[in-house]
Design a protein around this ligand. Structure first.
Ligand SMILES: *Cc1c(COP(=O)(O)O)cnc(C)c1O
Length: 432
């Protein structure tokens, strides 16, 4: 479909801005130094001084722990493996249940299933998109061991409220903070509220090393368990006197190269966040001038890290469908996503409860299932996915103030032309 078919005239922007390369000479030099040392990974999967990795890995853990104010940092090779590490470190396993938000990247829930525990999905708040604390207690059973919270889009969840509930019921709290590095509540960093907080250094995230992940905790026993899971724990536990838990390990180790990049990227985080927050503030005030659009709401005392900027779209006000709105924005040079992610329980693995061949394991370990993952389970999440949420990716470098102005101009143009778009919509529907 040509752009002109959609709106006529010139698009506000000819082509969308590409992804920015945040790798500079600092990262290049740090990587070269590792290359020249020849030591690309110093780990041994056995007890001894190399059980915890080489110099860059140890340095990276130290600078992350310092920056966010945690006692321990444990690096791994992705946030996905970090989330599994966290579940395993807390001793969560077969027959256990973990409460989790369905409105997150699939890994938040997969981590639970990876250790043969069962996710129980708790609906979200329609303003913050994060786990709704008032919905938690109805789902707690004698099997519940933890709450997995995601700080979605970079906004911390209601962590103080959630932790109060968790303490009352003796549950662990694991924070999936892959999207929220540098976000805060009253100055305290997201990722340091729960028993364990998880960070991502994946290419798409606010800071990255290509792939990479990290766990933060103040709890020494949990930190040690994480180290065991990361590096073939079952092989070493005999020889390490101060590691008492028996856990199944894997190879989740980060390379020295990735650690060297991560150290340099962390130094840039504050700068990236200043830019993201400045653009987001401008975008929010512009968006809120429109009927039928709602920008991000940041609760008092919270700071957002704007990994992604979610807009709430109201079809009743606009007349045109969310998808037509997004197509029109795309034609104007501002690609938008719709819905974010499908509620996790609606994906086939949960619908069929099939993980291992034809068995229903691990779901079958819960005698009377707490949830059967039916549609309608989390109505707020489903409404966000199906009707409301539009994802904009303009609050980041290399976008600048004038780009935000242009995006708002494109929205204004679509608002003025929505009659024409309604005709277009009727035409495309009649042809299918
Ligand atoms: C990206 C992401 C992950 C996974 O991170 P990786 O480092 O790519 O494994 C997990 N949870 C959330 C919320 C994410 O956005």
């Amino acid at each position: 479909m040509s752009k002109l078919a959609l709106l006529g005239g010139n698009p506000v922007r000819e082509a969308s801005i590409p992804w920015v390369n945040t790798m500079g000479s600092e990262e290049t030099e740090a990587v070269l130094a590792v290359m020249n040392s020849g030591c690309l990974s110093a780990y041994y999967g056995r007890a001894g001084d190399k059980f915890l990795g080489g110099p860059k890995v140890l340095e990276m853990e130290q600078v992350f722990a310092q920056k966010f104010g945690s006692r321990f940092a444990i690096s791994v090779n992705s946030a996905t493996t970090a989330l599994h590490t966290a579940i395993a470190a807390c001793g969560i396993g077969p027959g256990d249940e973990v409460l989790v938000t369905p409105y997150s990247m699939v890994a938040s829930a997969t981590a639970i299933v990876m250790n043969n525990a069962v996710p129980v999905f708790v609906d979200i708040d329609p303003i913050t998109y994060n786990l709704d604390p008032t919905q938690i207690e109805r789902w707690i059973t004698p099997n519940t061991k933890a709450i997995m919270v995601a700080n979605i889009f970079g906004l911390p969840a209601a962590l103080n409220e959630i932790i109060t509930i968790a303490r009352k019921h003796g549950l662990f709290v694991i924070e999936d903070n892959a999207q929220g590095p540098g976000a805060t509540i009253n100055g305290k960093f997201a990722g340091t509220f729960g028993d364990i907080g998880v960070f991502s250094l994946n290419y798409h995230k606010v800071i990255h090393s290509g792939e990479g992940g990290l766990l933060l905790t103040d709890n020494e026993e949990l930190a040690r368990n994480c180290q065991l899971v990361r590096n073939h724990g079952e092989a070493v536990v005999d020889d390490l006197n101060d590691y008492e838990t028996v856990v199944l390990g894997s190879n989740y180790r980060m390379t020295e190269l990735h650690a060297a990049i991560g150290i340099e990227q962390l130094k840039k985080l504050d700068h990236f966040l200043v830019e993201r927050r400045r653009l987001a503030q401008q975008f929010t005030s512009g968006l809120n001038q429109f009927t039928g659009l709602k920008g991000v709401v940041v609760p008092d005392g919270y700071e957002h890290s704007y990994y992604i900027y979610p807009i709430q779209y109201n079809k009743e006000d606009w007349g045109i469908s969310r998808s037509t709105f997004a197509q029109a924005m795309n034609a104007e040079g501002y690609p938008l996503g719709i819905g974010y992610v499908k509620p996790i329980y609606l994906i086939p693995m949960y619908q069929h409860k099939k993980v291992y061949n034809q068995t229903q394991y691990p779901f079958s370990l819960i005698e009377k299932p707490t949830q059967d993952y039916q549609k309608g389970l989390c109505p707020v999440t489903e409404a966000m996915y199906e009707e409301k949420v539009v994802i904009a990716d303009v609050c980041r470098l290399p976008y600048k103030e004038s780009d935000i102005d242009d995006a708002l101009e494109a929205i204004q143009k679509i608002w003025m032309e929505r009659g024409k778009l309604l005709e277009y919509e009727a035409y495309t529907v009649s042809r299918t």
